[in-house]
Design a protein around this ligand. Structure first.
Ligand SMILES: Nc1ncnc2c1ncn2[C@@H]1O[C@H](COP(=O)(O)OP(=O)(O)OP(=O)(O)O)[C@@H](O)[C@H]1O
Ligand SMILES: [Mg+2]
Length: 441
């Protein structure tokens, strides 16, 4: 097994304890440095990146708590573990006051040491995650939306250019990529944020109701129209109307939308009197509108009116560098909601998350983390992931295989995983045992 990358500095004037600590920690794959005095420790700290400090208290010359205090000032991010021989209440209090992350009482077992070290690193990881999220959110008009990839940067750049004007915007992107969030970010970070944001899912309104829902109607316009009623346009006055799944708007609505965009006025159903409207329209689609234009399902002139500004939200698999931060944010959100604390993620889980192709994009990532937090009893581990993530195939880049070969390799992999248990393997592959037997032949 490869060495972990964490460096641990051990400080104790007792050589035997130093040796013992080193032996234990090395067997846990940590890299260790030894110092017999605070003075020596300071030299090492100056030249080496130390991830954890473990120090004794009682030492000739300078004592360990002074070292912890010094490290607290100069290396605030580094967790500090104190080994104490006197577990009195006063002593413990003094240790914590010095800024130590935790303490360990002598004599300790290897298991106790391991737990203390893991806890210290866990706390540090959580602090780092919190800090990374906070840094990403700092100074943002809409901190709910996070990301650090170049693609994400581009989107936030466009948002800052459009948020304060009423140019019409079309947002393209696969399902679950965050189109609605982008629309909300534009509205709520801009200067019209105090006016309404009205979100309408065009696909959810029956075609025969679309016109009256969008533009309102006047009394007597149709049977049952007993009074004048506002539509979404009137409701969004002064603010933003978000038209989700614009590709599903009826052709009649499209014609009126075009007029609303061109003339900045609308007409209620049953009325002849146009009304002025002052709103920004943001439309979104996961459909190929150009294909819809070809098929005469979408008006070409409307398309060009809508795309004054176009924002393409790329799928998660094309901006994988956003995954760690997003995962951290969902861990925080659901950890606090379900477990009252921030859980960690095992490195193996992180690797799986980064490798997966995320057909459901960020919404799927959120669901996976939510579920994992509920299933986990501490750090989120591979066992807490849904089956389809656990057994995903690793595609060797550039080294593509014919389907038959791939199938063979994959079946073998599943069998290795199930330790040769064919019933279990058939279950994972979702084929019956007989099919599996045939394939194995
Ligand atoms: N950058 C982001 N930061 C944090 N959360 C995000 C981000 N992008 C998307 N999400 C979350 O992912 C989920 C899906 O986002 P949203 O509803 O905006 O996607 P969508 O593109 O509108 O999907 P659909 O096409 O299915 O309507 C939401 O819960 C949203 O909060
Ligand atoms: Mg949506």
């Amino acid at each position: 097994m490869a060495l972990r990358k964490e460096n641990i500095l051990l400080v104790d004037d007792d050589i035997d304890i130093l040796e013992l600590l080193q032996r234990h920690l090395q067997s846990m794959q940590y890299h260790t440095y030894k110092a017999v005095s605070v003075k020596e420790a300071l030299y090492i700290l100056k030249d080496t990146k130390i991830d954890l400090l473990i120090t004794d208290i009682q030492m000739p010359e300078v004592d360990g708590l002074k070292l912890v205090k010094f490290a607290g000032e100069h290396y605030p991010e580094m967790p500090k573990l104190v080994i104490t021989g006197y577990p009195s209440v006063d002593g413990a209090l003094e240790v914590i006051k010095s800024g130590a992350t935790d303490y360990l009482t002598k004599p300790f077992t290897k298991e106790e040491l391991k737990q203390a070290v893991q806890k210290a690193f866990g706390q540090e990881r959580k602090r780092n995650i919190e800090k990374r999220i906070a840094d990403n959110q700092k100074g943002k008009g809409y901190p709910e939306m996070i990301g650090e990839s170049e693609a994400f940067q581009k989107i936030t750049d466009i948002i800052s250019r459009v948020k304060d004007n009423k140019a019409t915007i079309l947002i393209n992107g696969e399902s679950g990529t965050g189109k609605e969030l982008v629309a909300r970010a534009i509205h709520y970070s801009g200067k019209f944020s105090r006016s309404p944001f009205v979100a309408v899912n065009c696909g959810a309104i029956p075609e025969n109701l679309q016109e009256s829902e969008f533009f309102g109607y006047v009394k007597g316009a149709f049977t049952g129209a007993n009074e004048n009623r506002n539509g979404f346009f009137q409701a969004a006055e002064g603010g933003t109307l978000f038209l989700d799944e614009i590709g599903t708007a009826s052709l009649a609505v499209q014609t009126k939308l075009l007029r609303a965009l061109q003339e900045k006025e609308i007409t209620r159903v049953g009325s002849r009197k146009p009304e002025k409207v002052d709103i920004r329209i943001i439309a979104a689609t996961n459909q190929d509108l150009l294909a819809a234009i070809e098929n005469k399902k979408f008006r070409e002139d409307l398309f060009y009116r809508l795309t004054v500004v176009e924002i393409n939200v790329p799928p998660l698999r094309m901006r994988k560098s956003d995954i760690p931060l997003l995962a951290a944010m969902f861990l925080k959100k659901y950890g606090v909601e379900y477990k009252d604390r921030l859980l960690g993620l095992s490195p193996e889980v992180m690797r799986i998350l980064e490798r997966y192709h995320w057909p459901g994009n960020i919404r799927e990532l959120e669901n996976v983390i939510q579920r994992a937090v509920i299933m986990s009893d501490g750090t989120v581990d591979v066992k807490d992931l849904p089956e389809n993530l656990k057994y995903q195939i690793e595609f060797p880049e550039g080294d593509l295989l014919p389907l038959r070969e791939m199938e063979k390799e994959y079946i073998q992999r599943v069998l290795v995983h199930t330790k040769g248990n064919k019933t279990k393997a058939a279950e994972i592959l979702q084929i019956d045992r007989k099919t599996l037997r045939d394939k194995l032949k």
